[in-house]
Design a protein around this ligand. Sequence first.
Ligand code: SF4
Length: 119
Amino acid sequence: MKEMICICCPMGCRLKVYDEESPIRVEGNTCPRGAKYGAEEAVCPKRVVTSVVRVNGGEIAMVSVKTSDVIPKSMIFDALALIKGKTIDAPVGEGDVIVKDIFGTGVDFVATKAVGKSV
Ligand code: SF4
């Protein structure tokens, strides 16, 4: 059994995840999202990853990016290496794909805000 805190919303429910059982049983969740989170966290923890990328010719020098969905925690450092040192040209639109299909996961790095050209 593993104990963990659900991070899906600010309530932070304390979960007990019986991962030795099949199917995995979760207690302490207030809603179904917590049961799904607990079961996945016990087997293959996943996270949304955020970072920044340099913008050439932009009204600001950097744009924040995030993964379009969760990726396995074990991939986080390799995923960040994909965008380390990367630069993109302005203008950038919110939701623009910066890196497509990270390691075949079907998840992209996308811009979280728009950056116009510098004047
Ligand atoms: S179990 Fe539901 S209510 Fe509790 S923290 Fe997770 S998402 Fe929020």
